[in-house]
Design a protein around this ligand. Structure first.
Ligand code: MG
Length: 384
């Protein structure tokens, strides 16, 4: 049992549905659920978990949902107001932020302002506004516990240790579906190819980001904020088997790693049960069935998105927000068949080269960087 009441922002996505698996298995109460427009699934979830509130970001979907749930006591809201309502609902002590992209930023801040624990599955929030979000969380006493499998691993490896003792973070990457390929071989990759991930089942945005290795770049930025480390203290290791989920190297040369089967329900559950551990639904790891654990350097010449992300990490200011905004557009255009796979990095690079930097010290500066990056990316896509 986990004594928590949660609100899930993005309950119909991959993280959201797996969070509900954990909730069912661990006796976690559910106060609110939100989705964009998948009201068929949202209605089903609402009838099973009986939250106080459900919200759909799409107003038309919300109206239809209200109609469908009119035989229940469940409150239905729509639009950004509904998402913010779910983020700040008094009944929940924990908010699982499983929204995609920078849309997760404001709801996450709303939950932080209520002092709730954030089970953070929306990495773009920390990529774009890491220092701002972490400072606000400290000020409001809101715990931020990562759900991303690598960051959960690092968080687990850091338990009981001091920040000063950390020498390096070893951030693992599966390498994605195109590991070992050359740029020439990637020129004609289609969305269908890129959507097949070897180890993890995830949403479309993060699956494409995994194929370009942008996901690892975003995770690099996420780790800098979560664990307060500079870029020099993060080493990326390609680890094809996705068994060792990341590690921490300490000043005495000890390396502490977390291993487990590639099952997101484990990091989701830990974000909810921390600092305790409880039995849950995740698949066990059978080390005898693991043939070998291998580690390699990432190929940043072929997977240029990763190099661009690390460049933006070293530069700081609004560079990561620009990188992220341009990437969100580029991935959407690739999925729509409007640009090629290799164009994703070209579009992101164009935005990084053309959008001016600012200090990332206010929400306004971050929003401006995001907007300008999207405009630059759209313009770049239009020429392709
Ligand atoms: Mg991850």
């Amino acid at each position: 049992m986990i004594q928590r009441t949660i609100s899930i922002l993005g309950s119909t996505g991959s993280i959201g549905t797996q969070t509900l698996d954990v909730a069912e298995s661990c006796g976690i109460r559910v106060a609110a659920l939100t989705a964009n427009h998948n009201i068929d699934l949202l209605e089903q979830q609402a009838r099973i978990f009986k939250p106080v509130l459900v919200a759909a970001a799409d107003m038309t979907a919300a109206a239809a949902l209200a109609q469908r749930l009119s035989d229940t006591e469940i409150r239905v809201m729509g639009g950004q107001e509904g998402i913010l309502g779910a983020a700040s609902i008094p009944e929940a002590d924990t908010v699982v932020t499983a929204l995609v992209g920078i849309s997760g930023l404001e709801p996450t801040l709303a939950a932080i302002d209520r002092g709730k624990r954030i089970a953070l599955a929306n990495k773009e929030t920390l990529v774009c506004a890491g220092p701002l979000v972490m400072a606000r969380a400290r000020e409001k006493g809101a715990e931020i516990v990562p759900v991303d499998s690598e960051h959960s691993a690092i968080f687990q490896c850091l338990q009981g240790s001091g920040h000063k003792e950390v020498k390096r973070i070893l951030l693992t990457a599966s390498g994605g579906p195109f590991f070992g390929k050359t740029a020439a071989e990637l020129e004609n990759v289609t969305p269908a190819h890129a959507l097949k991930h070897p180890n993890w089942s995830m949403g479309a945005k993060v699956t494409i980001d995994s194929a370009t290795l942008m996901n690892k770049g975003l995770e690099f930025l996420e780790a800098m904020s979560l664990f307060d480390v500079p870029p020099e203290k993060i080493q990326i290791l390609v680890h094809r088997e996705s068994i060792l989920h990341s590690a921490v190297e300490y000043c005495d040369q000890s390396v502490i790693a977390q291993l487990g089967s590639p099952d997101m329900r484990l990091p989701i559950q830990y974000a909810l049960s921390w600092p305790e551990r409880v039995p849950g639904p995740a698949n066990p790891l059978d080390l005898f069935s693991c043939k070998a654990l291998t580690f390699a350097q990432p190929d940043m010449e072929t997977f240029r998105c990763l190099a661009l992300a690390i460049r933006s990490a070293k530069e700081g200011k609004t560079a990561p927000a620009i990188l992220n905004g341009a990437n969100e557009i580029a991935v959407a255009k690739f999925l729509a068949g409007e640009i090629s796979f290799l164009d994703i990095a070209r579009v992101v690079e164009y935005a990084l080269e053309t959008v001016p930097r600012e200090e990332a010290d206010s929400l306004e500066a971050i929003r401006r960087a995001d907007r300008l990056a999207r405009e630059a990316a759209e313009a770049c896509c239009a020429q392709r």
